[in-house]
Design a protein around this ligand. Structure first.
Ligand code: V1D
Ligand code: CA
Ligand code: ZN
Length: 425
């Protein structure tokens, strides 16, 4: 199918962008507003179906998470947290995962976007769904971890499994996708593939090459542990080689791609040397298989680079190439002067590449050997389809979109980026 004909849904709610973790915390949800603004300024929304996601309900969240954990998240506030120190510790809430105003709504919105995307894919209404506010891959059943509270990826995967026998999850965030791997470690219905920095006590410390899954899940977890300084050439080579083999052997019905932008050069927490092009070429490669695709965000700690990365990848999914000159928009002067208002990510002093040729050859050989142990496209006895998470009526969807359109930033309608052609939604 020509790329321009693919139906792409895109989820955004301005309320996630105003969430604020804590002073000096590296996770800045404002990067999501910046991404959306850049998407609008490049006029990409004209080729997308833009939706404000529904807030997922507590009962949807407990399809994966423990009830006491979800209940605690729903009730705790910055003012009451000091009265519940034992539970704060039990659920790993604190420095990495602080309690902030509007936390539970934040979780319900980013998760709603990922589940809504999965539902549209299941119904064949979208070929590709994008939710840059999702991709929080570290959250566990009863525990927050690494800036993640609710694992929207696990919940979206469970939704896709209602209609698809096999789902592939791919993670190009610089951190290991441990929460998703753990959730599906014992099953052959989901293959998880994470590319990440491993060693030197880098967070979260899991994702060794030998971690391949257990019982029915043996060989269905794939880990590609890498060292500092990965460059485009080596990353794209190991990514494409691994994913080509995964797609051949596993033949999934749907793909989830987590596009954490902390694998880009110059990231505050990362240590790779990827450019925007290298990162986006992984997205282009997965799109080329023409399998329904749910695309999510993740980490990324230089706000302007995250926005550049995800706006550029939105364009990649649309089959478009963005102008190198960033268009003027609300964040233009404050955030993009660092690189002369260009799209390119600047890296003044690249990190030394510590991945030797022999190291990469050995990793690739080991990953390919494990993948060749797989039975081709294992089948499952599909049972009766479980109830829908939520499927809005089409006119309800339009209402959601209209609400969103009139609510963008509450700015004056003279701003040209607000002139939406309603017919296109
Ligand atoms: F630097 C900080 C300042 C304030 C609060 C937290 C941090 C921080 C930086 N790096 N926290 C980390 C990592 N945590 C630790 C802890 C030390 N403890 C023993 C653990 O090293 C967590 C990094 C999380 C990365 C999240 C992610 O990018 O993968 C992501 N994915 O989806 C959303 C975010
Ligand atoms: Ca990863
Ligand atoms: Zn990360």
């Amino acid at each position: 199918m020509p790329s321009s004909k693919r139906r792409i849904s895109y989820y955004y709610d301005s309320d996630v962008g105003t969430s604020y973790y804590a002073p000096n915390h590296p996770m800045k949800p404002h990067r999501l507003s910046m991404t959306h603004s850049l998407v609008l300024s490049y006029r990409l929304h004209e080729s997308l179906e833009v939706f404000r996601p529904r807030k997922s309900s507590a009962s949807e969240l407990t399809q994966f998470h423990a009830e006491d954990y979800v209940n605690f998240l729903s009730k705790i506030t910055p003012n009451t947290q000091h009265e519940h120190l034992q539970q704060m510790q039990k659920f790993n809430l604190g420095e990495d995962c602080p309690i902030f105003d509007g936390l539970f709504d934040f979780c319900k919105i980013y998760t709603g976007g990922s589940i809504d995307g999965a539902v549209r894919i299941n119904h064949g209404i979208s070929d590709i769904a994008i939710n840059w506010s999702g991709g929080l891959h570290h959250a566990k059943k009863s525990e927050a971890s690494g800036f993640c509270y609710i694992n929207d990826i696990v919940l979206a995967t469970l939704e896709l499994l209602k209609y698809h026998a096999r789902v592939v999850y791919i993670d190009i965030d610089i951190h290991h996708g441990d929460g998703v791997e753990e959730a599906f470690y014992l099953t052959d219905r989901v293959m998880t593939v994470s590319f990440h920095k491993f060693g030197d006590l880098f967070f979260p410390g899991t994702g060794d090459i030998g971690d391949i899954g257990l019982n029915d899940g043996k060989y269905y977890s794939v880990n590609v542990p890498l060292h500092d300084g990965m460059d485009d050439h080596n990353f794209v080579d190991i990514f494409n080689t691994t994913m080509q083999k995964v797609m051949e052997m596993y033949q999934p019905g749907a793909i989830i791609l987590q596009c954490g932008a902390d694998s880009l050069a110059a990231d505050r927490l990362g240590c790779f040397n990827l450019t925007l092009e290298g990162h986006a070429s992984c997205v282009a490669f997965m799109k080329s298989f023409n399998v329904p695709l749910l695309v999510l965000g993740g980490g990324g700690y230089i706000k302007s680079n995250v926005a550049r990365c995800w706006a550029n990848e939105t364009a990649t999914l649309l089959g478009k190439i963005l102008d190198e000159n960033i268009p003027e928009h609300e964040f233009y002067y404050e955030y993009y002067s660092d690189a002369s208002y260009k799209l390119k990510v600047q890296q003044k002093s690249p990190i030394e590449n510590l991945n030797s040729r022999t190291y990469l050859q050995d990793i690739k050989r080991c990953v390919l050997e494990n993948l060749s142990q797989l039975r081709i496209a294992p089948s499952v006895q599909m049972q009766e389809i479980p109830p829908e998470a939520y499927l809005p009526e089409l006119d309800e969807l339009e209402l959601i979109v209209e609400e969103k359109v009139s609510g963008i930033g509450n700015k004056s309608s003279e701003n040209p980026i607000e002139f939406y052609d309603k017919e296109r939604y």
